[in-house]
Design a protein around this ligand. Structure first.
Ligand code: ADP
Length: 261
């Protein structure tokens, strides 16, 4: 898509001169469209729990509260939908915050990756134990890399909690590390439900969730986690990739350029 503006004209007896500037605005429009889509999807997603909360509260007030069983059931729905609303708002705010930060807005420090993973494991141990999923840290001790700690923690927290959420009962989540001359990477491998080939690029889109009818009821989520991870990885000048096989498991790899220490 091209936009043009005339910035100079002059006429002499023999010539007519005109200077026209052509701008390629394809990317600007694409970004604008993405932002509009995001706002419209976010509004839609936010409306769903709000409508449910309002509806169930109204039904209770118009008499349903007199039946103790209905009262309890509806209050539980209101509680669940409020939780969902909070998660959605937090994720939408995270995306906007990351987007509004400039790429140079980094707080780099030297991080010992093995203890960082240990900390995440202790945070996630409880939800993992509900499914008997074991969490394994294969990052060698004393592995130090320079990065923005809070961003990296957020990336790992999201990938590891997905690896638990979409795992099977009694499964495993393993975090490992690799490094070369120019790059280093962390891999989060799970023994979960896996992701079909045609879905593998789509899961990074905002609000995208695989096979809504099958997973959405079982596993709660906003569909924004991997979009947040992608933004964070991009802001750290890194890359994210996934390899996966349905019914076997998935590996998410985040790769970053090595920074001088
Ligand atoms: P959420 O988990 O909130 O739905 P995400 O953006 O984190 O959103 O993930 C998008 C979708 O990708 C999930 O709904 C799920 O279908 C799929 N997915 C993500 N991580 C995994 C994983 N480790 N194994 C299988 N599927 C996954």
């Amino acid at each position: 898509r091209v936009e043009a503006s005339v910035i100079y004209t002059s006429t002499t007896e023999d010539f007519f001169q005109i200077l026209v500037l052509l701008y390629d605005v394809t990317e600007i429009y694409a970004v604008e469209k993405m932002q509009m889509d995001f706002i419209s999807n976010a509004s839609h997603e936010l409306k769903t729990p709000v409508t449910a909360i309002a509806g169930f509260a109204e039904t209770l007030l118009s008499g349903a509260k007199d039946d103790p069983k209905t009262l309890n059931e509806f209050l539980e729905i209101i509680q669940r939908e409020s939780k969902r609303l909070t998660e959605l708002i937090q994720d939408v705010l995270s995306i906007s915050r990351i987007e509004s930060q400039s790429l140079s807005d980094q707080h780099l420090s030297s991080i010992e990756l093995s203890s960082m993973i240990d900390e995440q494991i202790s945070v996630l141990r409880q939800i993992a134990s509900m499914k008997n999923v074991s969490l394994i840290n294969n990052v060698p001790k004393n592995t130090v890399q320079k990065s923005d700690e809070s961003k990296l923690v957020e990336v790992l927290k999201n990938l590891m909690s997905n690896a638990i959420k979409y795992n099977r009962e009694g499964g495993q989540v393993e975090v490992s590390y690799q490094s070369g001359e120019q790059n280093w990477s962390l891999q989060v491998t799970d023994t979960g439900i896996g992701i079909a080939k045609n879905e593998q690029s789509r899961i990074f889109e905002r609000f995208y969730r695989v096979d809504a009818s099958r997973t959405q009821q079982v596993v709660s989520g906003t569909g924004l986690g991997l979009a947040i991870v992608s933004e964070l990885v991009k802001s750290l000048h890194g890359q994210i990739s996934v390899t996966s096989q349905r019914g076997v498991g998935s590996t998410f790899t985040v790769t970053f350029p090595t920074q001088s220490k």
